[in-house]
Design a protein around this ligand. Structure first.
Ligand code: ZN
Length: 672
């Protein structure tokens, strides 16, 4: 044995582990696959010359050579619990209220932070690392005991054999999911077909079947992947939150699910989750919902578990349905922001009780990535209320050469040359007056959640735009019954009624208007937050980006979008048009939070006051422009403490929050 061989081997192993991490964990490879293979090759050569230096954790030792006789049963150090399912937002909110209540009962009135993560449709496993080395991998089984699948887990490239940590904890059970990507399944099924073997039905089944194979070489030929989503038993880990755990995992070389985010409130999380559902087609793996977790481990421990499931986590599942059909054609649609999206015209297929004829293909890049061609057999999926999307192409069923689809270079509606979006993924029609864009904008403006103009349906909007009667929102308010009567399916009566409906929509108020304008990142909740702080359009338009970002729950991204839109020529002209048309651009006085001495301040009331009931005190805070909160945090400006104030007072003192008595409170209100 030479010292230099040992050093070289150690260096090569470090390099390979480094590049594994760049590839599997950070999705940012630095070297080509060929260069990577060369490193492994050099390590193999050296190890062949020095067999005494081969250790089981060497990257060359992933594939064991001997099949096992049977899967041994192993007991988990801590049970692997299942997570309760919900299918709707109402159930989620009920869960959130229960979390708040249970925490308060346990004496913890800190508002919980919530982690939103993708629920990968794979196979749950537990990986045990001792002193940083993988010693055991097991399936979940019944939660108490599972099957020993160490021989197979070792073949999965994204399962580190050694944690990449200078000081690994003595013990950690890493919990996570083994899964397969859609593109890997497509390739695998092509190989199956070439070998005359039956195709696999879906990614979950292959993952579940492969991980339990007796022969690790066979499992190693299946392209499986791993993602970490929790921790079981551990010693010396010293981590106190879910988010800190994920940071640790990435550092240790364990991949975590993309798009994991943490939120200060469940409402914000639900808003983001609702958006995210529509982005899931971007992912190359199957997601059947989200998992929501209370971030703080101390709070997780306080919440505990039922016999079956932890109380600090819940799954927000979508009802998912899949069907297989043939692609008859691809056409493109222009959205209200000008985005041009390809749409799949399908041979009609039954899906979740409805006949599906269309599926979204989202963008040209996705068509290319999934290699979707007219004539292909596709797997389409419907999740929640979202329109169906294409999961994958059954390429093994492609019997003849099919032409590659190319996106159009000109807008199909107005002929304007299309441009690539700044992110390079979407193509857009840059013409603000494009009839397709006008149509989509007006449709959204009139929709139920926006200005709610009854009787202004899709067909009618199309006619109004095509005839040139309506281009801008304000044009709606200039329509006269006589202009509407000649339109298709319009009579004297319906024309008069529509004019009346449009007239009524003038009084919806600022919150609805802000939502209806389709400003990026502004939905109903953000609209309400903006209008709550700046109750007239003039005040909102005069606000600086910093002032907008300072509104609770509004971050810099939303602030920049709103500020940019209001300051743009288009934004100003739109607002001026609506104002001239007589559309109400403020919050009605009855709903308004007045500016006052407490504007921008958050107060918590505790204990018994002499001259106010709790409700009266909180109403007085709101009338003075302040926010009345139920719990003390670092963001609390004042704690109003009456007689017999308890835990909140102790907490405010600990956090250094200003504590005031009733007299000082009255002075703050301007009544002293
Ligand atoms: Zn156009």
């Amino acid at each position: 044995m030479t010292a230099s061989a040992a050093t070289q081997i150690a260096r090569l192993r470090d390099q390979i582990r480094y590049h594994d991490r760049r590839y599997y964990v950070e999705a940012a490879p630095e070297i080509s696959d060929l260069e990577y293979d060369r490193l492994v090759e050099r390590l193999r050569d050296l190890e062949a010359k020095h067999p005494e230096l081969v250790t089981p954790d060497s990257p060359t030792q992933r594939i064991g050579d001997e099949p096992v006789d049977a899967l041994a049963s192993v007991r988990h150090r801590l049970p692997m619990m299942s997570i309760d399912n919900t299918y709707g937002v109402d159930d989620l909110r009920a869960w959130g209220r229960r979390v708040t209540k249970l925490l308060a009962e346990a004496g913890d009135d800190r508002p919980a932070r919530y982690v939103l993560e993708l629920k990968i449709d794979g196979v749950a496993v537990s990986l045990t690392y001792e002193a940083g080395k993988l010693v055991l991998a097991a399936t979940r089984g019944n939660g108490i005991t599972g099957d020993d699948i160490t021989h197979n887990a070792r073949t999965i490239d994204s399962v580190p054999l050694v944690l990449d940590l200078a000081e690994p904890p003595p013990l950690v059970e890493v919990r996570g999911e083994i899964y397969m990507t859609n593109s890997d399944l497509v390739a695998l099924n092509e190989r199956q077909a070439a070998a005359g073997l039956p195709p696999f039905a879906n990614t979950r089944n292959v993952a579940a079947g492969s991980i339990r194979l007796l022969d690790p070489r066979e499992c190693g030929s299946r392209p499986l992947k791993f993602l970490c989503h929790g921790v079981g038993d551990e010693t010396g880990l010293g981590i106190e939150s879910q988010t800190a755990l994920y940071a640790w995992a990435v550092n240790a070389g364990l991949p975590v699910a993309p798009r994991t985010e943490v939120f200060d409130s469940l409402d914000l999380l639900i808003d983001r989750g609702t958006e995210l559902i529509e982005e899931l087609h971007d992912l190359d793996f199957e997601v059947d919902g989200f998992v929501i977790k209370v971030d703080d481990f101390a709070q997780q421990r306080l919440l505990g578990a039922t016999a079956k499931s932890p109380r600090w986590a819940i799954a927000w599942k979508f009802e998912k349905f899949e069907a297989t059909t043939r692609l008859a054609g691809i056409r493109v649609q222009v959205g209200r922001g000008g985005t041009v999206t390809p749409v799949a015209d399908l041979e009609p297929v039954e899906l979740a009780g409805t006949t599906v004829r269309r599926a979204s293909l989202h963008n040209a890049e996705e068509v290319a990535r999934k290699d979707v061609r007219v004539g292909d057999v596709l797997v389409v999926e419907k999740a929640g209320k979202v329109i169906p999307h294409v999961v994958r192409v059954e390429k093994h069923l492609r019997t003849k050469r099919l032409p590659v689809w190319h996106p159009p270079v000109e807008c199909p509606e107005c002929g304007t040359p299309l441009v690539k979006d700044s992110d390079g993924v979407y193509i857009r029609c840059p013409n603000v007056d494009c009839p397709a864009r006008c149509r989509e904008r007006i449709r959204f403006f009139a929709s139920r959640g926006a200005m709610d103009i009854e009787g202004l349906g899709d067909k009618l909007v199309e006619q109004l735009v095509t005839t040139g009667l309506v281009r801008q929102y304000a044009d709606l308010y200039a329509l006269e019954a006589a202009q509407l009567e000649p339109l298709e399916r319009m009579g004297k009566k319906s024309a008069a009624s529509l004019v009346e409906q449009i007239e009524q929509s003038k009084d919806r108020g600022l919150v609805r208007v802000l939502n209806a304008l389709a400003i990026r990142h502004v939905g109903p909740r953000v609209a309400a937050l903006l209008a709550g702080r700046f109750p007239t359009i003039e005040k909102l338009a005069a606000a600086s980006e910093e002032e907008l970002a300072a509104i609770p729950e509004i971050g810099p991204v939303i602030a920049a979008s709103v500020h940019g839109w209001l300051a743009s020529d288009y934004g100003r002209a739109t607002i001026d048009g609506l104002r001239e048309a007589g559309v109400r651009l403020d919050v009605p006085a009855a709903e308004r939070v007045e500016e006052g001495p407490l504007t921008g301040k958050t107060l918590v009331v505790t204990g018994t006051l002499e001259r106010f009931s709790r409700q009266e005190a909180e109403a007085a805070i709101r009338q003075a422009g302040g926010r009345a909160s139920g719990s003390v945090s670092k963001k609390t400006d004042y704690l109003v403490a009456g007689a017999e104030a308890g835990s909140k007072l102790a907490k405010a003192t600990k956090l250094g929050v200003a504590v005031i008595d009733e007299a000082a409170f009255e002075k703050l209100l301007g009544r002293g």
